[in-house]
Design a protein around this ligand. Structure first.
Ligand SMILES: *[C@@H]1O[C@H](CO)[C@@H](O)[C@H](O)[C@H]1NC(C)=O
Ligand SMILES: *[C@@H]1O[C@H](CO)[C@@H](O)[C@H](O)[C@H]1NC(C)=O
Ligand SMILES: *[C@@H]1O[C@H](CO)[C@@H](O)[C@H](O)[C@H]1NC(C)=O
Ligand SMILES: *[C@@H]1O[C@H](CO)[C@@H](O)[C@H](O)[C@H]1NC(C)=O
Ligand SMILES: *[C@@H]1O[C@H](CO)[C@@H](O)[C@H](O)[C@H]1NC(C)=O
Ligand SMILES: *[C@@H]1O[C@H](CO)[C@@H](O)[C@H](O)[C@H]1NC(C)=O
Ligand SMILES: *[C@@H]1O[C@H](CO)[C@@H](O)[C@H](O)[C@H]1NC(C)=O
Ligand SMILES: *[C@@H]1O[C@H](CO)[C@@H](O)[C@H](O)[C@H]1NC(C)=O
Length: 406
């Protein structure tokens, strides 16, 4: 498929580089230029996906049908943009954030559908969703949950726009308007949360709150070619104060049978949130990787140690556990079995990077990947396939189609 990029951003952008190079070629890039598209997919990823689908090759083709059978693929899709998105019951406003996550899921699915088929009718529906939101949304509000909305939907929405910037019929002014929305509405909350944690003790908010805001800052940085913003995300990941910083998010290491296991910060809370952390660590690391920085290998593959731990426990095995405490005195003396075995489409990304690309020992990550794939009849699904509430949309999904490597 020919890749055609819109004219460069006017108001936001420094020069950006158009490239189909994979990550191995980008490590010596100019530090002020970003690869586009370069969030969860690069141009070479789309080449692989398109070629595997065209040749009916498994497992990509099953992943493809999972996507094409999804109700997200719908040329009559009508977005429901809001002037103010509310997340969290603030006692006054009705929570309306499901409109945002549903619109993002539909837009992302159809953006991928367009990249693979080249059918521009779908691209038009996607850019309409983006345009409708960027001409309507002015604020994200509610309770402190607004920071979750800004983080999770921030990185997810940026991913849709990063794909659609390659659609030549989407005017650059419209891309700029969307990017300005990300910078003016989402980013200030992301930045504020990472700096101030809503005035709480720095260890009060669970790791996923920091992680989604890191993901959003990184993603908006790439979308808008803002190196300062991108570096803010990388710096926080390595040396931030809160629970999303990698040595806090995966804070206790064990060696078991020659394999490293890393206890996650939310292990004593519940397993749904424990796995949500990995639904965010995967995209954080892949986004950085696609821009030439390898966070997967950071601190001896720390993310893998955490993934192996959480997968091992959720598969029904015992894992070592150390009491977790914080300034709220949570005193969690045992691992939580609440929502143990939770199914989220987050494992293909981690399995393929660590197991296939790097050739590392991914015993439990692979086993959990297999479980989720089996649950999805042969492929990871996406938004709408894992329930209608927010948890089913906390991750973009479609991992079998998107992340399977040879
Ligand atoms: C749905 O999936 C099946 C394979 O499971 C495939 O044959 C069919 O074409 C798909 N339908 C659509 C609308 O993509
Ligand atoms: C695009 O998809 C629509 C709906 O499936 C179809 O009607 C249309 O013919 C397709 N366009 C092209 C150019 O293939
Ligand atoms: C671009 O945005 C303008 C202003 O909202 C809108 O009228 C137009 O339809 C959009 N164009 C495309 C192709 O999205
Ligand atoms: C990049 O983001 C930083 C942090 O928000 C901001 O101060 C700076 O103005 C942005 N740079 C550009 C070129 O927009
Ligand atoms: C990989 O890890 C598993 C689980 O700890 C272990 O049983 C297995 O021996 C390891 N395999 C290799 C090749 O190191
Ligand atoms: C947990 O930490 C808090 C705050 O530092 C402290 O007051 C409390 O005694 C600790 N609890 C345990 C069980 O250590
Ligand atoms: C922490 O929890 C354990 C187990 O419930 C309990 O025995 C212990 O007294 C608690 N510690 C504090 C300081 O509350
Ligand atoms: C879950 O953990 C609780 C508290 O440790 C324990 O009492 C209960 O038996 C466990 N349930 C299962 C199904 O393992």
């Amino acid at each position: 498929m020919k890749l055609t990029l819109p004219v460069a951003f006017c108001s936001l952008a420094a020069a950006f580089e158009v490239s189909s190079h994979g990550p191995s070629q980008v490590s010596h890039r100019d530090t002020s230029s970003f690869i586009h598209p370069g969030l969860l997919q690069t141009a070479s990823d789309f080449s692989r996906i398109t070629s595997k689908v065209s040749s009916n090759t498994e497992p990509w083709i099953t992943g493809w049908y999972k996507l094409t059978n999804s109700s997200n693929i719908n040329l009559d899709y009508t977005p429901s943009p809001k002037t103010i998105v509310y997340r969290g019951a603030d006692g006054t406003h009705t929570e309306n954030y499901p409109s945002l996550y549903r619109d993002i899921a539909a837009a992302y699915a159809m953006a991928i559908y367009w990249k693979v088929t080249g059918n521009s009718s779908y691209a038009d529906v996607v850019v309409n969703i983006l345009d409708e939101w960027s001409s309507t949304l002015t604020e994200i509000s509610g309770t402190t949950d607004m920071y979750l909305a800004a983080g999770i939907y921030g990185y997810e929405f940026a991913n849709v726009a990063e794909i659609m910037r390659t659609y030549s019929a989407w005017p650059s002014a419209n891309l700029t308007r969307f990017a300005n929305m990300m910078v003016d509405v989402f980013y200030p909350l992301n930045h504020d949360f990472l700096q101030n944690h809503h005035g709480a003790a720095v260890d009060h908010y669970w790791a996923n709150w920091d992680l989604c805001n890191i993901a959003s800052v990184l993603s908006i940085g790439v979308l808008t070619d803002n190196q300062t913003m991108f570096d803010e995300g990388l710096t926080y990941f390595k040396s931030g104060e809160g629970n999303g910083q990698i040595e806090n998010a995966i804070w206790k290491l064990y060696e078991v049978d020659g394999e490293s296991l890393g206890q996650g910060q939310e292990a004593g809370r519940d397993q749904g949130h424990s796995m949500l952390d990995f639904s965010l660590l995967g995209p954080i690391a892949l986004t950085a990787y696609n821009q030439g920085t390898d966070l997967f290998e950071y601190l001896d593959n720390r993310i893998l140690a955490g993934a192996e731990y959480v997968a091992k426990y959720n598969l029904g095995n015992d894992v070592p556990y150390t009491t977790y405490n914080n300034s709220d005195d949570v005193n969690q003396t045992v691992i939580s079995n609440s929502s143990r075995g939770d199914i989220r489409p987050i494992w293909e990304l981690l399995y393929n990077h660590y197991g296939v690309l790097k050739g590392l020992n991914v015993t439990y990550t692979k086993e959990y990947r297999d479980l989720v794939v089996e649950d999805g009849d042969g492929a990871e699904g996406g938004g709408g396939d894992y329930g209608t509430t927010s948890g089913g949309y906390d991750q973009l999904g479609w991992g079998t189609l998107l992340y399977t490597l040879e």
